[in-house]
Ligand binder design. Structure first.
Ligand SMILES: C[S@@+](CC[C@H](N)C(=O)[O-])C[C@H]1O[C@@H](n2cnc3c(N)ncnc32)[C@H](O)[C@@H]1O
Length: 390
């Protein structure tokens, strides 16, 4: 007898004859070796090995129409339960629920993880597990301030997601901030702000930092920043490679032309380093998840092909990221109504997209001019939203 994963759905009443007919039809339609259903007086049991979830959903919909099941349709709950449990993989579009170890190169993987532990560097953290409400006075605001000072006004554990891109210290022409100082001073300041970011993040909250190394000076800023977060007990959740495909990027030198003595490596991408505080799981109401199945499938592959922001001249800001980048981060890592913070908000790409996606937000930037532009962008979103309602 092959091994199945069992999902049991308990009903608060007896199963009906229509429901039994549906179960029989499903069993006729699908191969028993992949999935079959059983029932008891007040239970439906799904036995799963391999499942084409879309096909299964369509069949359920077809049969519930045929047998006129409307309210108290237990198959909807069964579907939800199946969707909630993790399949361990997908093969030819079908979800796999068993034979986990047979497919793996590393046998007894779960046992090995238990023995040596996950994210050892973050284990002995002192993060409080109790989260706090985000203060109303700072909700849906963009402010002009130094984040190091301003973030001190927020309580611990009150922000769901931080998405930000700090200055890279390349020597860009910002309106107020002087970019291109000594590296020690740059990292000291940045880390004082990131310490505040960690403090205000909720337990289970995430910080996503968009960063580009300074290749020409051999400074791996993304590694130095990642190291800082791990030293501060944050869990490295992953890394997204944002490929801008800007092949005509400024530096066209090859180093030592056609010689291994010192070739330059070239890059068309930046990084997004993702960290979680305390727990990889972020609590939230599943009804407030607005990412579509197609978006989810596409975006969990951590190489995103997105063109760089084209309107930097219009905004007179030298280092904006595109709205599409913010949209993906916000939808993938937060629920609607979550609080999104950007402590280097620039002309407010994060706060604009957060508002469009019905998140609460706070943006902080040291430049008055940029903050004004960020506010203007929010007004535009408000107008568009009103137009939609009309
Ligand atoms: C890379 S830009 C962010 C751009 C932003 N993602 C956008 O799309 O508009 C970094 C920003 O950090 C701001 N900044 C620098 N130091 C700061 C500080 N101590 N507190 C707040 N903002 C700061 C700069 O004014 C600049 O706008």
């Amino acid at each position: 007898m092959p091994e199945y994963k069992k999902i049991v759905l308990e009903l608060d009443r007896n199963i009906t004859s229509e429901e039994i007919s549906i179960i029989n039809e499903i069993n006729k339609h699908f191969i028993k070796n992949n999935i079959y259903l059983e029932y008891d007086e007040n239970k439906i049991i799904a036995n799963l090995r391999i499942l084409d979830l879309e096909k299964f959903k369509n069949k359920i919909n077809e049969l519930t129409d045929k047998y006129h099941l409307s309210h108290q349709n237990p198959f909807i709950n069964l579907l939800q339960k199946i969707e909630d449990i993790g399949s361990y993989g997908i093969k030819s579009g079908k979800r796999l629920y068993v034979d986990y170890d047979k497919e793996r190169k590393v046998k007894n993987r779960k046992q090995k993880i238990e023995d040596r532990g996950k994210y050892f560097y973050a284990r002995d953290n002192n993060f409080l597990k109790i989260n706090n409400e985000f203060p109303l006075e700072f909700t849906n605001k963009v402010v002009c301030a130094d984040s190091e000072e301003f973030l001190k006004k927020l309580p611990d554990n009150c922000v769901d997601l931080i998405f930000t891109s700090p200055p890279y210290n390349f020597g860009l022409e910002y309106e107020k901030y002087k970019d291109g100082t000594q590296w020690e001073a740059y990292f000291d300041k940045l880390f004082r702000i990131f310490k505040e970011c960690i403090r205000v993040l909720k337990y289970g909250g995430r910080i996503v930092v968009n960063i580009q190394p300074l290749y020409s000076d051999y400074i791996p800023i993304h590694h130095i920043i990642s190291n800082f977060f791990m030293e501060n007990k944050m869990i490295w959740k992953g890394e997204i490679l944002w490929d801008k495909h800007n092949y005509n990027a400024k530096y066209t030198a090859w180093g030592s032309w056609k010689s291994p003595s010192n070739p330059y490596l070239k890059y068309t991408w930046e990084f997004l380093e993702v960290f979680s505080k305390g727990d990889l799981k972020h609590e939230g109401d599943i009804k407030k998840a607005d990412i579509t199945p197609d978006e989810f499938k596409k975006w969990v592959y951590a190489k995103w092909d997105i063109a760089p922001e084209r309107n930097m001249k219009e905004f007179q800001h030298p280092a904006m990221f595109p709205e599409e980048l913010a949209k993906r981060v916000i939808k993938l890592f937060s629920f609607e109504n979550d609080v999104v913070l950007d402590p280097f908000n620039g002309v407010g790409t994060t706060t604009k997209v957060a508002k469009e996606l019905n998140r609460r937000y706070l943006g902080v930037d040291i430049s008055e001019e940029y903050t004004k532009k960020a506010k203007d962008r929010l007004k535009e979103v408000a107008q568009q939203k009103t137009l939609k309602i009309i």
